[in-house]
Design a protein around this ligand. Structure first.
Ligand code: PEP
Ligand code: MG
Length: 583
C-alpha cells in the first residue's frame, strides 16, 4: 500500500455520492450533539468573552428550568442529572482555561470553548472509574447547550475561517447539518445515511461535497488524518498519497471546466432549442439560501422546507420567530413566488421526543403531526399568511395520503385565514394551494386530489421510498433505492397525466428534479415545473436548453416502454452525457 504524506498508509473507502465536488482537509470527528465551530481571528476579545458569559448565564437558566420541570413531573432523583450539568457549567478551571485561550490566541470563543471542552471530554473518557467516565457525556451535553446559545448570540463576522476541516461522523442529523458552520467546512463524510437523507440534501444546497454511507469509516480514521472526499464517485481517501492528490488536481480542473461551461448560460432564457419554455425553481431551507436563488436565476421558490428553522433552533419557534424568518424570505424573493411547504417534521427530522418513534418514516410525521397538533399548526399558518402580505406565496401540504386529509388541512387553513382577516391581515394576491404527492395512495387518488388544489408537487425522495418500501436513509438497502424502476416511472406518468387532465400544474421538488439524468425525462413526460437545490440549476438549464422538446418527448416515450432498470438508466445516461459534452 502507498504511503500518504503523513506516513500513514492511504486507505480508500467506497460510499454513496451525496453532493458533488471534491474536498480535502484535516479530519474533524464530530461528536454527537456538539456543533462544530469554525476558527476565526477576532478583533474585540472583551466582547468575545462577554458573549461567553452571556451564553453561560443563558445555559444556566435553561438547565435550571429543565431541572424544575423534571422535578415537578418526575421527582428529585430523576432531575439529578441536571445538577451534574450545572456543576460542569460552574467549573472554574474550564471557564478560566477557555478565557485564557481566547486571550492567548485571539480566536473566536466558539472555537476556543470547543477545543477546551473536547480536551476535558477526552480526559474523562479515558478514566478507569465508571462514574468519572460518565462525566464525559455531561460535559458533551453542556458544551452542546452553550454552543447553541453562542450560535444564537453570534455577531456578524467577516473573513474566512483559518482551518477548514472535513467533518466525519457516524451520521449527521438534519439539525446537526443545519448548524454546521458552512463557511468553515470543506466536505463531509458519514458512515450511515442515504443520498436522499436530509443531511445529504442540505450538503447539496450548501454546495459542500459529501459522501454518505461509508462502511467502516470511523474505524479507519484517526484524529489527525487528512481526508479527501470525492462527492462525484462516492469515494473517500484517508491520508491520500502525493500521487493521489496530483491525480485529483486534474479531476478538479475537469469538474471546474464543466461548471464554467454550464455557468456561462446562467442568465439565458429557460426554453428548449425549439422554443418551448420550462420553469426551474429553487428548493430552499431559509433566508440564507436566497442569495443562491438569485445567483442561479431561479424562476421562483418551488419548495421552502420550513422545518429547517425548527431544526436549526432545535426548539419550537414562536409565531413571531417564524414570521420574521418567512418575511425575510418573501422580501428577498423580490416579487417572485415563494412556495411554503408546511411543517414536515418527523422521519429523519426529529425534534425533541415528539417524533421519537420506532418507525419514524411511517409514523407521526408532516401533515399527520400538524393536524393532530393545532397548537403547532396554527402559529405556523398564521406566520405564513402574515408573510404572504409582503409578496406572492403558495402553500403546499406534505405527506398527503387521502382526500379527507387534504380537505381537513384546507379547512384548517381557511379557519386561520378567516381569523387573520378579522384582524385586518390579508395576503397579497391569491395563495396558490398544492398537495405534495409522495405517498403511493395519493397517486391512486390523484384525479380526486386534483379537484382540490392548484398544483401537485411530487416529492420523489419519499415517493421512491414508499413505493419500493426502501428506507431512504438506510445505507444497507441503498442499492435498492432505485428510482429507475419501471414501476416508479409509470407512477410519475400517472401523476402528470392526472394533473394535466384536471388543469392542475405539475411540479417535481424531490432531488431527482435537479439530477441531470432525470430532469430531461420529467420535461419530456410533461412536467410544468422543476424545483431543486439552487446549485443544480445551471447544469439542468444547460441540458434542457440544448435539447429540443421533440427529443425530450421521444426520450420519455422510449423510457416509458422499457421494463428493466438497467435499460432505463442507460438511455437516460446516454442522453444527458451527449448533451453535457456539447461545446
Ligand atoms: C421529497 O420527499 O421528495 C421532498 C421534496 O421532501 P423531503 O425531502 O423534505 O421529504
Ligand atoms: Mg418528502
Amino acid at each position: 500500500m502507498q504511503q500518504a504524506e503523513n506516513s500513514r498508509p492511504e486507505i480508500r473507502l467506497k460510499g454513496i455520492a451525496a453532493a458533488p465536488g471534491v474536498g480535502r482537509g484535516p479530519v474533524y470527528l464530530l461528536q454527537k450533539g456538539v456543533p462544530l465551530a469554525s476558527c476565526v481571528k477576532v478583533g474585540d476579545l472583551d466582547a468575545e468573552i462577554r458573549r461567553f458569559e452571556e451564553a453561560l448565564i443563558a445555559t444556566r437558566h435553561e438547565i435550571t428550568h429543565l431541572r424544575d420541570k423534571v422535578v415537578g413531573e418526575l421527582g428529585e432523583s430523576e432531575a439529578a442529572i441536571f445538577d451534574a450539568h450545572l456543576l460542569v457549567l460552574e467549573d472554574v478551571a474550564l471557564v478560566d482555561e477557555v478565557i485564557k485561550q481566547v486571550r492567548a490566541t485571539g480566536f473566536n470563543i466558539e472555537f476556543c470553548f470547543q477545543e477546551v471542552s473536547q480536551r476535558y471530554i477526552d480526559i474523562f473518557e479515558k478514566m478507569e472509574d465508571d462514574f468519572l467516565r460518565e462525566r464525559a457525556s455531561d460535559i458533551r451535553d453542556v458544551t452542546s447547550r452553550v454552543m447553541n446559545q453562542l450560535v444564537g448570540i453570534s455577531p456578524e463576522r467577516v473573513g474566512t475561517p483559518l482551518r477548514k476541516p472535513v467533518v466525519a461522523a457516524k451520521d449527521l442529523t438534519p439539525s446537526e447539518t443545519a448548524t454546521l458552520p458552512t463557511d468553515g467546512v470543506i466536505a463531509f463524510v458519514t458512515e450511515e445515511g442515504g443520498r436522499t437523507g436530509h443531511s445529504a440534501i442540505m450538503a447539496r444546497s450548501l454546495e459542500i461535497p459529501a459522501v454518505v454511507g461509508v462502511r467502516g469509516l470511523l474505524d479507519a480514521v484517526n484524529e489527525d488524518d487528512v481526508i479527501l472526499v470525492d462527492g462525484e464517485l462516492g469515494l473517500v481517501v484517508i491520508n491520500p498519497t502525493a500521487q493521489t492528490i496530483e491525480s485529483y488536481q486534474a479531476k478538479e480542473v475537469t469538474i471546474q471546466n464543466r461548471r464554467d461551461r454550464v455557468m456561462k448560460e446562467i442568465g439565458l432564457p429557460d426554453c428548449t432549442l425549439d422554443g418551448v419554455s420550462f420553469s426551474l425553481q429553487a428548493n430552499i431551507g431559509g433566508p440564507e439560501d436566497m442569495e443562491d436563488m438569485s445567483l442561479y436565476h431561479a424562476h421562483s421558490v418551488g419548495l421552502y422546507r420550513t422545518e429547517n428553522l425548527f431544526l436549526r433552533l432545535d426548539a419550537w419557534p414562536t409565531e413571531e420567530e417564524q414570521y420574521e424568518e418567512y418575511a425575510a424570505v418573501v422580501k428577498q424573493a423580490h416579487g417572485k413566488l415563494v412556495t411554503f411547504r408546511t411543517l414536515d417534521l418527523g422521519g429523519d427530522k426529529r425534534l425533541g421526543d415528539l417524533t421519537d418513534e420506532a418507525n419514524p418514516f411511517m409514523g407521526y410525521r408532516a401533515i399527520r403531526l400538524c393536524l393532530d397538533r393545532p397548537d403547532i399548526f396554527r402559529p405556523q399558518l398564521r406566520a405564513i399568511l402574515r408573510a404572504a402580505q409582503l409578496g406572492p406565496a403558495a402553500i403546499m401540504f406534505p405527506m398527503i395520503s387521502s382526500l379527507e386529509e387534504l380537505r381537513k388541512a384546507k379547512q384548517f387553513l381557511r379557519g386561520v385565514a378567516t381569523e387573520l382577516a378579522s384582524e385586518g391581515v390579508t395576503p397579497k394576491g391569491v395563495i396558490r394551494l398544492g398537495a405534495m404527492i409522495e405517498i403511493p395512495a395519493a397517486v391512486a387518488v390523484a384525479e380526486e386530489l386534483a379537484q382540490e388544489v392548484d398544483f401537485f408537487s411530487v416529492g420523489t425522495n419519499d415517493l421512491v421510498q414508499y413505493l419500493l418500501a426502501v428506507d431512504r436513509g438506510n445505507q444497507r438497502v441503498a442499492t435498492l433505492y432505485e428510482p429507475a424502476h419501471p414501476g416508479f416511472i409509470r407512477t410519475i406518468d400517472k401523476i402528470f397525466s392526472s394533473a394535466k387532465k384536471n388543469n392542475v400544474v405539475s411540479a417535481v421538488c424531490g432531488e431527482l428534479a435537479g439530477d441531470s439524468l432525470w430532469a430531461p425525462l420529467f420535461v419530456g413526460m410533461g412536467v410544468d415545473e422543476l424545483s431543486m437545490s439552487p446549485g443544480s440549476i445551471p447544469e439542468v438549464r444547460f441540458i434542457l436548453r440544448h435539447s429540443t422538446h421533440a427529443e425530450l418527448k421521444s426520450l420519455a416515450e422510449s423510457v416509458l416502454k422499457m421494463t428493466e432498470t438497467a435499460q432505463i438508466k442507460n438511455r437516460m445516461n446516454e442522453f444527458s452525457q451527449t448533451k453535457l459534452k456539447l461545446r
